[in-house]
Design a binder for this molecule. Structure first.
Ligand SMILES: [Fe+2]
Length: 279
């Protein structure tokens, strides 16, 4: 087994590691330590069955079935199938998730702490995943902005991500918005939080999952979102994960910003995702 830091600001990559190796407590402890201190762990080319992926997730915490029942793996409810592939003219999984910069599930009160993805069938030249570190982002917030956001809370919701689904057929836009608000009421989170593992402060805010900042008017809110976008998307501070077959990725949801990029038309892509609540 070999490992190295992917960038100065996020990620540790492991190579020459098998599922059997990971059954060793010391090896697994190294992986967990890297996850907690580096926010993102990449294990290259790891052969895993769905059961083995769930087993790994259980050693980190408690796998939680995804909210959308339609896209759960047929035999393993813990696994969400994210795919653009079809079988018998039916989609095998949910297509296009997370195609904007975000921190996973920040629109709920207590998001699961970890996300795990296994690249079951991934193209190598398209469909990359981009990552940035929320502590690294906070470190670059200018001093005057730090003073303005310290102690403030942000309002998170799915309001900007509404899609018309089958349950919305026949509803007006106003009724649809009311339904989404009922199912996913807005929640507030502090803009600046502290990572219990590293003691570092991190920014918890992303434009597409937020309605605004408490105490900010519309202009201040837009200026804040512009700042967040500029810091998160600074090319010097973004890691582009170019998938290779069977890569396993695990990240801390609070301290990791990420975005899925487009998959070239006609290219199949399937990943298996598990949300994990801390033990
Ligand atoms: Fe995500």
């Amino acid at each position: 087994m070999k490992s190295h830091e992917i960038t100065p600001f996020i990620g540790t990559e492991f190579t020459d590691l098998t599922y059997d190796d990971l059954r060793d407590d010391d090896v697994f402890a190294q992986l967990l330590q890297a996850l907690h201190t580096r926010d993102l762990v990449v294990v290259r080319s790891l052969d895993l069955t769905p059961s083995q992926q769930i087993d790994l997730a259980r050693r980190i915490g408690t796998p939680v079935p995804f909210v959308l029942q339609d896209w759960r793996h047929p035999e393993h409810e813990e696994i969400l199938v994210s795919s653009n592939e079809t079988r018998d003219d039916r989609p095998v999984g949910i297509a296009r998730v997370g195609n904007f910069w975000h921190q996973d599930s920040s629109f709920v009160r207590s998001p699961a702490q970890y996300t795990m993805l296994h690249g079951v069938n991934v193209p190598q030249n398209t469909g990359h995943t981009l990552f940035a570190g929320a502590s690294d982002v906070y470190d670059r917030v200018p001093a005057d902005w730090r003073r303005r956001i310290d102690g403030r809370t942000g309002r998170h919701s799915l309001n900007k991500q509404q899609r018309i689904g089958p349950e919305h057929v026949g509803l007006s836009i106003a009724e649809m918005k009311a339904l989404v608000a009922l199912e996913h009421p807005a929640v507030t989170h502090p803009l600046v939080q502290t990572d219990p593992f590293t003691g570092r402060r991190y920014l918890y805010a992303a434009r597409e999952y937020m309605d605004g900042v408490d105490g900010f008017d519309a202009n201040d809110t837009e200026a804040f979102f512009d700042l967040v976008d500029a810091l998160v998307q600074d090319p010097e501070h973004v890691y582009t994960h170019r998938w290779t077959p069977r890569d396993l990725l695990i990240w801390k949801t609070a301290t990791t910003y990420h975005v899925a990029t487009e998959v070239a038309p006609g290219t199949d892509r399937t990943v298996h995702r598990i949300s994990i609540e801390a033990a």
